[in-house]
Design a protein around this ligand. Structure first.
Ligand code: CP3
Length: 347
């Protein structure tokens, strides 16, 4: 019998076990930089793809067919839970997400529902089951959700933001309403990640993409207790929990203390500095600047080599970008860096 080959170096690295090569996957590895994705998008909206498990499965697999990635990530979006909670939204062309009625009052916060994922996001969980079946144990599947601060910022600002003025104003002016909103969002996120694990996700990542907007004091006061309330129970589930943010150079220790078996590091902090501060108790994920994928090949591979040098083949490194892959990224550069990481890190 031919032994089934299980690509487990991603899960092994998350657990800080020895690996044959450094595992690599990219945030937003499915998306517009791929012609296969753009072709599907001429026929379906992003929300159609997310809400149709067969399409979500197809898009999840696209990057795995083309590149030698060590993990799959569920195709979905961090904003999906907002609609069944009572905050409808759309992805407007060229603008990104638009929340139809941004949160401006306590009454709106009190009306938000704590959803039941099996009922309200059944299509996400069905996609998880279908992807697991299709991957057949060969490549591990990562589930994910947005963190409460990042989700709150979309709900309050109504879309993308540069200074997070409305979000921080609510936080400072009315901490009671802020805590009510963060408590509801945290309950939803915990339920959703637990449901994804029940459906077969072999690791989960919490995306706190915009939390680097906060000072360490404000993170400790307004965010950390909520994130801890999500991550501590998840860490009893026996699957790796990846805790990611950007602009978090001054928050890394506080994020680690809130929870996570793997801490995401962006390119602003050298990986070895980050790891020294985080200590031996966690794995690290990162941290190539995604813009380097648009650079000349020699510049790109030299930078990827420096990330590997800083990790020095220590147990517990998951190679990734410091944030999601950009739509302008040349496909050949993705293939080149994935293969380079595997070759250069062979033990
Ligand atoms: O990583 C993957 O391959 C899985 C899919 C995934 C998507 N969104 C699909 C998507 C993941 C993990 C996300 C997470 C997400 N969504 C985050 C956190 C990660 C990060 O990048 O910080 C955030 C902040 C969102 C919210 C969101 N969704 C925005 C701001 C946008 C618009 C971005 C843009 O450039 O237009 C989306 C839409 C979206 N979600 C796209 C994809 C592939 C692009 C939309 C399209 O196809 O038109």
């Amino acid at each position: 019998m031919v032994p089934r080959i299980m690509r487990d170096r991603f899960l092994r690295a998350c657990r800080r076990e020895p690996v044959d090569r450094t595992p690599v996957w990219f945030m937003r590895q499915a998306g517009r930089y791929m012609a296969e994705y753009r072709a599907l998008r001429t026929k379906h909206t992003i929300l159609d793809i997310c809400r149709t498990p067969e399409l979500a499965l197809e898009v999840t697999l696209q990057p795995l067919r083309k590149f030698d990635f060590d993990a799959a990530i569920l195709f979905a979006d961090i904003l999906l839970p907002l609609a069944p909670m009572g905050a409808s939204f759309e992805f407007a062309k060229g603008e990104g997400p638009v929340i139809h009625e941004p949160i401006r009052s306590r009454a709106q916060i009190d009306k938000l529902r704590v959803i039941d994922p099996e009922e309200d996001l059944a299509y996400v969980l069905e996609a998880v089951r279908m992807i697991r079946r299709e991957l057949d144990g060969k490549t591990p599947l990562i589930g994910f959700a947005g963190a409460p601060f990042t989700l709150a910022s979309y709900l309050i600002e109504g879309g993308r933001s540069s200074h997070f003025v409305l979000t921080k104003t609510l936080m400072y002016q009315d901490p009671d309403s802020w805590n009510a909103l963060m408590t509801t969002l945290s309950a939803v996120v915990l339920r959703l990640l637990n449901a994804q694990i029940d459906a077969g996700a072999q690791a989960v990542q919490l995306f706190d993409s915009w939390v680097g907007q906060l000072s360490p004091d404000d993170y400790a006061t307004y965010v950390a207790p909520h994130v801890r309330g999500i991550l501590q129970p998840l860490m009893t589930r026996g699957v790796p929990v990846l805790h990611f943010g950007t602009g978090t150079a001054t928050l890394l220790e506080a994020q680690r203390d809130a929870g996570g078996t793997v801490i995401g590091v962006d390119w602003r902090t050298p990986l070895d500095d980050a790891w020294r501060r985080l200590g031996d108790g966690v794995a690290v994920q990162g941290n190539l600047d995604p813009t380097l994928l648009l650079a000349p090949r020699d510049v790109l591979l030299a930078a990827a080599g420096r990330v590997l040098d800083r990790a020095a083949n220590r147990n517990g490194h998951v190679f990734n970008l410091g944030h999601g892959i950009l739509p302008e990224t040349p496909v050949d550069n993705v293939a080149a860096v994935v293969d380079f990481v595997h070759q250069r890190s062979e033990r």
